[in-house]
Ligand binder design. Sequence first.
Ligand code: MN
Length: 189
Amino acid sequence: MFTAKKLNYDVTALQPYMSEETLRFHHGKHYQTYIDNLNRLIAGAKYEDMSLEEIIKQTAFSIDDVSVFNNAAQVFNHEFFFEHMAPQGKRRPDAALLKKIEAAFGSYENFEKEFKSAALAQFGSGWAWLVEDDKGGLQIIKTANADNPIARGLKPLMTIDVWEHAYYLDYQNRRGDFADAFLAHLINW
Ligand code: MN
């Protein structure tokens, strides 16, 4: 049985870059629905006592448990996304990670550019991620719908939700403006 995690900040705290209305719908309705659906789907099933990550790994790319995967992954994705925003967030990573980002992408500014490009290039609903592979290498990837790095054996380090529900009330079709605001004013490393 999973319960929704509370936000680490007030629903008004990310304004004007993310409105109270967006957060109320996104956290209170969309995320809550994934939690409720997941609990309903795993009740009495073999997944009932597993951790979220275990459920995601076990159901990734399965044909029979697509709904379990979709809801479990969306619970994970949203918790990771909400945690990685803050009104007075850490706008730059720690020195060790910053060094790795600079080595992988040339500079932090270039990382921002490539992360935004991935967010824009995701066709339809999905996510852009900074991930670490099992050899410690960094990559920027995009995933569709609920798909996420855990399903692919990658470790997520940062994400942006580019489903329209994440930004449409505030930015309408301007996903790029949302990505810019996220990187400059919302990101919390
Ligand atoms: Mn979302």
